[in-house]
Write a protein that binds this ligand. Structure first.
Ligand SMILES: C[S@@+](CC[C@H](N)C(=O)[O-])C[C@H]1O[C@@H](n2cnc3c(N)ncnc32)[C@H](O)[C@@H]1O
Length: 445
């Protein structure tokens, strides 16, 4: 497998092993009764400090236990006019690079520095991720290609799921020279045992389910396999007959005898040769009520169709998410408006919309899903977790890490306001806020 090399890689490749185990010191708890010093036992946590140390501190308790990671690391645009410092030029990261990479770090390019910063953090995130878990990483074109290669190395190329295009600016960026960039990337990697829960079917797709019976809305899908592998010899076991009584409308699988008014239906391809069904005999027998026969106009013969219901066993239909996520709820503007509504203007420049993270969360089926964001910024991930719990009654929890001095005044403050139900957001939940203490103590929880 091709591997990315950069100046300083040899110095950071095993660095995560050398990071000392620091102690997380709980500063306060917060819940509906307000802020207080007693430990309220909350699973929700905000940690102020460098995520390298915080992730290492989390390892003894959470190794292999995090169900969903969302991170939005600095994009390394070189633009330092942000409220938070671009991590690569943050004095603390510069100092860290000096210590870890040594004198060589003065010669590192912007990209080398970013890779040195990211690599050991991704290694720790990989150890924290549950085998059934999933990680989403927001990034833009500055580092997308480099990120893909180091993620292949850390999470395994076979665990790459998708490089999702999130349309965050539908009209495109006017400052771009040749192409008005309208999207950014969301890299998705899975643990080896991840099973996706899919996403709720979009409303516009529901409109195609126009037919109705006592079980609800449905559409008809041909039971005969079309496209590749659709010939009888591809799956001989899926070639069998139905008998259909044209008077009573009764449909049977594999009839022993065909009575009066009964016709035999076989899976035939358009050239008249033998095809095959999509369902095996047993499934067809079990779900015979979901099958319908129609006379196909033009061919003047009967064919079998599946009634594909929009809800099944009371659950709304779930579909595979697409590789392009587009909608006003995913736009940068939505993130800014949502944040400003709670916190006011000028507090944080680049908040993500909570809908983006909720969409990630909806793909994880575990009701008590543990969510980690180690580049927390304005705390959007915690907001998304609380919102998702309020919507579906599940019991997700969050761990956020933020290096900036505003970890309490912005990150934790936003979460406090969400918990308090500020300006129409929901009520409920709690959290604790911790600092990483100095010294080389081993975390005891
Ligand atoms: C792009 S912002 C994240 C924005 C966030 N997704 C939101 O919606 O508000 C990146 C954040 O990572 C933080 N950060 C950068 N380096 C860090 C580190 N080493 N440890 C912890 N946080 C870090 C920055 O201070 C910044 O707040």
């Amino acid at each position: 497998m091709p591997e990315l090399n950069w100046v300083g890689k040899d110095k950071v490749i095993t660095h995560h092993l050398d990071v000392p185990y620091r102690v997380l010191e709980r500063q306060y708890s917060f819940d509906e009764t307000g802020q207080h010093s007693e430990d309220n036992g909350s699973e929700n946590m905000i940690i102020h400090g460098d995520n390298l140390e915080a992730l290492k501190a989390l390892l003894p308790r959470y190794e292999g236990r995090i169900d969903c990671i969302y991170i939005d690391p600095p994009y390394n645009t070189g633009n330092e006019g942000w409220v938070y410092s671009d991590a690569v030029n943050d004095p603390r990261i510069k100092k860290w690079l000096g210590q870890v990479v040594g004198k060589e770090s003065e010669d590192l390019s912007r990209h080398d520095k970013w890779l040195c910063m990211m690599y050991p953090r991704l290694r720790l995130l990989q150890r924290l991720l549950a085998p059934t878990g999933v990680i989403f990483i927001s990034i833009d074109d500055n580092e997308a290609a480099n990120l893909k290669l180091i993620c292949d190395e850390v999470f395994g190329a076979t665990c790459f799921v998708a490089d999702i295009a999130v349309v965050n600016n539908l009209s495109g960026r006017s400052d771009a020279k040749y192409i008005a960039t309208a999207h950014e990337h969301l890299m998705m990697y899975r643990g080896p045992e991840f099973v996706s829960n899919g996403v709720a079917m979009p409303d516009k797709d529901r409109e195609t389910y126009k037919l109705r019976d006592e079980l609800g809305g449905y559409r008809l899908l041909g039971l005969r396999k079309t496209g590749s592998n659709s010939r009888r010899e591809d799956r001989p076991g899926l070639f069998y007959s139905f008998s259909y009584n044209v008077v009573s409308g009764e449909l049977k699988v594999d009839p022993a005898s065909t009575g009066v008014d009964e016709i035999t239906i076989l899976p035939r391809l358009s050239d008249g040769s033998d095809g095959r069904w999509r369902w095996g005999r047993e499934t067809a027998q079990e779900r015979i009520n979901e099958l319908e026969v129609k006379l196909v106009k033009g061919r003047n013969e009967y064919d079998v169709y599946q009634k594909d219901y929009v809800t099944r066993n009371g659950e709304g239909k779930r579909v595979k998410p697409k590789s392009v996520w587009q909608g006003s709820e995913f736009s940068s503007g939505a993130g800014t408006r949502e944040f400003q509504k709670i916190m006011g203007k000028g507090m944080f420049e680049t908040p993500k919309p909570s809908a983006l993270i909720e969409y990630c969360l909806s793909q994880v089926s575990k009701p008590d899903c543990l969510v980690l964001d180690s580049f927390a910024g304005s705390g959007t991930t915690a907001h998304a977790v609380l919102k998702a719990n309020a919507t579906d009654g599940q019991n997700r929890s969050f761990i956020l890490v933020e290096l900036g001095d505003y970890a309490d005044t912005v990150t934790a403050e936003r979460v406090r306001r969400v918990i308090k139900g500020f300006k129409g957001t929901h009520k409920g939940d709690n959290m604790s806020v911790s600092e990483i203490t100095g010294g080389g103590g081993v975390l005891v929880l």
